[in-house]
Design a protein around this ligand. Structure first.
Ligand code: 5GP
Length: 193
C-alpha cells in the first residue's frame, strides 16, 4: 500500500487503443492505490465471454442508455465502434465525495468531455510498443472477428494521433508490471494533468 502518497478526490482519465491492455492496467492500479475507485461504465455493447455484468461494464439496452442520457445520469458518453458507452455520474460523485482517486477508463471523445468537467483531471494514454504488437494482442484476445479487429486497429492510428495533443502522460505497455508502476507513479506524482 502507498498510503501516505495517495492523492485524494482527483479524477484520472485513462485511454488507449483497443487491445492495448488498459483494463488490465486499471484493475491492477486501483488495487495498488490506497483509496481509489475504478468507474464501471454502462454500455450497449453485447457482453463477451468472461465479462461480468456490474464488474467490467453494466450491460444495458439502447433504450435504457437513452433514458440515462435524458435523466442526465451520465457524466459523459460516446459512440465507439457502433455501440454506446457512458460513465454513470452518481457513482463518480460518490467516490469523489468520499475522497477517492477516481479512475475513468474511457475513449478519447469521452475524455474530452470529462476534462471539461474536471479540468484538473490527470490524463494518461496507454500506447502499445508497436502497431504490430497491438495487432497480435488483439488477435490473441480473440474477442473481435477479423473485420471488427481491423476496424479497431484502423481507429487506433487516429486515436493515437489525437492523443499526443490531449494527453500529458503517455505510457507504453510493453511490460505490464512496468506500465502499472508508471501509471501509479503518475497518479501519485506532483504533476496535475
Ligand atoms: P471495449 O468494447 O473494448 O470494452 O471498449 C471500447 C472503447 O470504449 C474503449 O476505448 C474504452 O476505453 C471505451 N469506453 C469504455 N467505457 C467508456 C465510457 O464510459 N465512456 C467512453 N466515452 N468510452 C468508454
Amino acid at each position: 500500500m502507498n498510503e501516505q502518497k495517495d492523492r485524494k478526490d482527483r479524477v484520472v482519465i485513462v485511454s488507449g487503443p483497443s487491445g492495448v491492455g488498459k483494463s488490465t492496467i486499471c484493475k491492477e492500479v486501483v488495487k495498488r492505490l490506497n483509496n481509489a475507485y475504478l468507474s464501471v461504465s454502462v454500455t450497449t455493447r453485447p457482453r463477451t465471454e468472461g465479462e461480468v455484468d456490474g464488474e467490467d461494464y453494466w450491460f444495458i439496452s439502447e433504450e435504457q442508455f437513452r433514458q440515462r442520457i435524458d435523466q442526465g445520469a451520465l457524466l459523459e458518453y460516446a459512440e465507439v465502434f457502433g455501440h454506446l458507452y457512458g460513465t454513470p455520474k452518481e457513482k463518480v460523485d460518490e467516490a469523489l465525495a468520499a475522497g477517492k482517486t477516481t479512475i475513468l477508463e474511457i475513449d478519447v471523445q469521452g475524455a474530452k468531455q470529462a476534462k471539461m468537467i474536471y479540468p484538473d483531471a490527470v490524463m494518461i494514454f496507454i500506447l502499445p510498443p508497436s502497431a504490430k504488437v497491438l495487432a497480435e494482442r488483439m488477435k490473441l484476445r480473440g474477442r473481435e472477428n477479423a473485420e471488427m479487429a481491423e476496424e479497431r486497429l484502423d481507429w487506433a492510428d487516429d486515436e493515437i494521433a489525437v492523443a499526443w495533443q490531449y494527453y500529458k502522460n503517455m505510457v507504453i505497455n510493453e511490460d505490464l508490471e512496468q506500465a502499472v508502476k508508471e501509471v501509479v507513479q503518475i497518479i501519485q506524482g506532483p504533476q496535475t494533468q
